[in-house]
Design a protein around this ligand. Structure first.
Ligand code: CP
Ligand code: NVA
Length: 323
């Protein structure tokens, strides 16, 4: 364990609602645990000494999910525990019983709760009522697990985060919010090009700017995709319409038409540029198949790292303290 890791406080029992809930040194601690788990798992496809034997996770999903749901469930199994998948249809949180009552029941049954809901406030209420860790698996405001996996992927690809230029092209949305917080905290230069009217939340911008200033990075926001990607190491994009915004899809398709990540935009960035997308992708809208399936793409590496990084997070939040 490095000096920094040894001095970082245990993350046991903590919630992860916002990417800013973990300090930059705590993010690195999760990354170190994830890297060790990944190194063992990619070789052996199992852990010789699983750290979360018989520990349990309840997963409340009121929105569709492939990556987040499967990586949490498979991850818990691989760590020696298990996960129970619930939907709003069978629990009825906020309708059949209050969110706080759901929390007070679940904390007697399981060791942690993962929640995906449109309303960030529901996740906040759940965490306030539960005395076990609550992990945000995506709200319309943030997607912290995605950002942890993404920044981990950047570190393993480039071997550094300090000064890395990450250009997000598209909506100032949940994925951008969490990415900006984690990447800025690690000293990256985070740029965003968004159409007018699709700016990120001002409080997130303020927080990410402060994190960047402390870590030697920067946050730069504008409206020109070509200016944003000029000199970038990475171009990141996400769906133009997030879950819950379907009624705005046509309007958004028009607003974002000039924000597609394609070969032309990659050429502005330069030869070595890599491309990221959290998935699911809308091929031919925010990204072309040529870029997605081409040699620049880190997209499926990002997806795989959801498994390893969330396992690292679970071990940090639920595992027995070392020693
Ligand atoms: N990127 C991501 O969170 O994917 P899912 O919506 O499939 O979980
Ligand atoms: N911004 C997207 C991310 C999906 C993983 C959404 O919220 O739908």
């Amino acid at each position: 364990m490095s000096g920094e890791l040894a001095s970082a406080q245990s993350l046991r029992g903590r919630d992860l609602l916002s990417a800013a809930d973990l300090r930059p040194d705590e993010v690195r601690r999760v990354f170190a645990t994830a890297a060790a788990l990944k190194a063992e798992f990619v070789v052996a496809r199992r852990h010789a000494d699983p750290p979360l034997v018989r520990r349990t996770l309840a997963m409340l999903f009121e929105r569709p999910s492939l990556r987040t749901r499967v990586t949490f469930e498979a991850g818990m199994l691989q760590l020696g525990g298990g996960a129970i998948q619930l939907t709003s249809g069978n629990v009825g949180w906020g309708e059949r019983e209050s969110v706080a009552d759901v929390a007070r029941n679940l904390q007697g049954f399981v060791d942690a709760i993962v929640i995906r809901t449109g309303h960030h406030q529901i996740a906040v209420e759940l965490a306030a009522a539960a005395d076990i860790p609550v992990i945000n698996a995506l709200t319309l405001h943030e997607h912290p697990c995605q950002a942890l996996a993404d920044v981990f992927t950047l570190g393993e690809t480039f071997g550094r985060l300090d000064g890395l230029v990450v250009a997000f092209v598209g909506d100032g949305n949940n994925v951008f919010h969490s990415l900006a917080l984690v990447a800025a905290g690690q000293g990256a230069v985070v740029r965003l090009a968004h159409p007018p009217g699709y700016a990120p939340d001002a409080a997130i911008v303020e927080r990410a700017t402060a994190l960047a200033a402390a870590a030697g990075g920067a946050l730069e926001i504008g409206h020109d995709p070509r200016a944003a990607v000029d000199g970038a190491d990475v171009i990141y994009t996400d769906a133009w319409t997030s879950m819950g915004q379907e009624a705005e899809a046509d309007e958004r398709r028009t607003a974002f038409a000039a924000f597609q990540v394609n070969e032309g935009l990659c050429a502005v960035a330069g030869q070595g540029v890599r491309v990221m997308h959290c998935l699911p992708a809308h091929r031919g809208e925010e990204i072309t198949s040529e870029v997605m399936d081409g040699p620049r793409s880190l997209i499926f590496q990002q997806s795989e790292n959801r498994l390893h990084v969330q396992k690292g997070l679970l071990v940090e939040l639920l595992g027995d303290p070392a020693g």
